[in-house]
Design a protein around this ligand. Structure first.
Ligand code: G6P
Length: 470
């Protein structure tokens, strides 16, 4: 990656809380960047290349002054956030207020006034950075709940721009959104965009209802009629993954070999179940463990022949609700292992770690069943990765209805994770699925995932944004 100063501006600018790279600051202060390959980066690659676009985001490190640099066709523009701002804006308002509020208040949102001030200030920093990068009449695409005030702030600074916003997480019903003391300001922030995208049709409907109730603006179908004649369009664009890339990765001999080795290392269990999540209370990991523990206790799954591999990648570890969740999950895991392990075999393999994509692909291939039991989830890309990896058309997917993915992946075994008995039955059904039926379902799932990949998602959003009457 080379370092250079920004040029005269970019026709296309993406703004997200995080840059698509991870930063390491050595003891001597030397800064190095490594790529953090994510779906969004892959999706944006063609647009970025065609427009020589810029990506504005935070490095993940406090107080870091870094100059913009190029990575391939993309100019990366690091935004500086001070440690105190990160506590209020990122850990506080984004992840301890908005995140629980937008996920059905599974954890109690904390409404803390200084956090709101930090959120506003940080949003202004991102908006200013984007405004500096974009050419006259250019396009800015703002991402996710951390930056909901950016669209209106940008429009104020740069009325010449076309502005899109996409929310990666659910948008809550009015009755929940109403709790937010700053609900009107957030809506006004979003309405700065020309196009506001959501994961599900239900999120779009929630948003339009909130607009009708909290503002004096009129809505007509998907359009919000703004004062001064401008319209804002709200629409669902379900996000996806780089399905072909993932499919290809899972077909490589190295990944296939690793999948076989994993099974062996686990002691060749008859049944391997898999859970892959950020360690987040929205993911329903406790519900999953409860269902699994009961199945072992009742002998419907044989403890000596079954293993659940639970990857729980560390996340937001400074936020209290996440610390509490970690304790709860770890107590549950050790209780199950304490009750059902034999020397040399534990029915739960709990990994509080993150793994490279190759290892994830091997885990997906090795597993008989993937368990997605989220209590609320914008999309759940893990479900799509599992499907994309299974070119052998084997395996089964148990999928919570409360994920965006459930709208599309209807050939999965759909569950209500609050219904522990129903979840247990679905797990047993997945384990005992007739091979023909399993193949039929997996084929259907794969058709959907391979035909609606992340490139299709970004191009449909940008096409809709271009056709707004900005
Ligand atoms: C969710 C959010 C993203 C966020 C990611 C990881 O998928 O929608 O905006 O980047 O979680 O969370 P983190 O707090 O580590 O960025």
């Amino acid at each position: 990656m080379t370092t250079r100063m920004p040029d005269n501006g970019h026709e296309f600018v993406l703004v997200a809380n995080r840059l698509p790279v991870d930063v390491t600051v050595a003891d001597d202060g030397v800064v190095s960047w490594t790529r953090a390959p994510g779906g969004l980066v892959t999706a944006m690659q063609p647009v970025m290349a065609a427009t020589r676009g810029a990506w504005v985001g935070w490095s993940g490190a406090p107080d870091l002054d870094a100059v913009p640099f190029t990575d391939g066709d993309v100019e990366l523009v690091p935004v500086r956030l001070a440690a105190a701002d990160i506590a209020g804006y990122y850990e506080g308002f984004s992840n301890d207020t908005l995140w629980p509020l937008y996920h059905d208040v599974i954890a109690a949102p904390r409404f803390h006034r200084p956090w709101w001030d930090d959120y506003r200030r940080a949003n202004a920093v991102f908006a200013r950075a984007a405004a500096e990068q974009v050419t006259p009449g250019g396009t800015v695409w703002v991402h996710d709940y951390q930056l909901q005030l950016v669209p209106a702030m940008l429009r104020e600074m740069r009325p010449d721009l076309r502005i899109g916003f996409f929310l990666h997480i659910p948008f809550p019903p009015l009755e929940i959104f109403d709790q937010l003391p700053w609900r009107r300001q957030v809506i006004e922030g979003l309405l700065g965009a020309d196009l506001v995208g959501f994961q599900r049709a239900g999120d779009t409907a929630n948003f339009l209802r909130v607009v009708r109730r909290l503002t004096d603006l009129e809505t007509r179908g998907p359009l919000v009629l703004q004062r001064g004649g401008r319209t804002v369009r709200a629409q669902a664009f379900p996000i996806s993954i780089d399905a072909r890339g993932f499919d290809g990765l899972a077909r490589t001999p190295a990944v296939q070999r690793r999948a076989r080795a994993l099974r062996e290392e686990l002691g060749d269990p008859k049944v391997m179940l898999l859970g892959v999540d950020r360690l987040d209370y929205t993911k329903g990991i406790r519900h999953r463990l409860k269902a699994y523990g009961e199945l072992l206790a009742e002998g419907r799954l044989a403890p000596e022949d079954t293993v659940l591999v639970q990857v729980a990648s560390p996340s937001r570890e400074k936020v209290g609700a996440y610390q509490q969740l970690r304790d709860d999950v770890e107590v549950l895991v050790s209780r199950i292992n304490g009750d059902f392990a034999t020397v040399g075999h534990s029915p739960v393999q709990y990994l509080h770690q993150s793994f490279p994509m190759e290892e994830m692909a091997a885990l997906y291939l090795a597993a008989d069943v993937l368990l997605v039991t989220a209590l609320r989830d914008g999309m759940n890309l893990v479900a799509k990765e599992y499907v994309a990896a299974r070119s052998d058309e084997r395996g089964a997917l148990v999928l919570s209805e409360f994920t965006g993915a459930a709208d599309e992946l209807t050939a999965a075994l759909l569950i209500n994770p609050h219904d522990i008995d129903g979840t247990k039955d679905a797990i047993v059904a997945a384990v005992t699925l007739e091979p023909r039926e399993a193949r039929r379902r997996m084929r259907k799932l794969r058709r959907r995932v391979l035909n609606h990949d992340v490139a299709a998602w970004s191009s449909s959003f940008l096409t809709a944004l271009r056709s707004t009457d900005a």
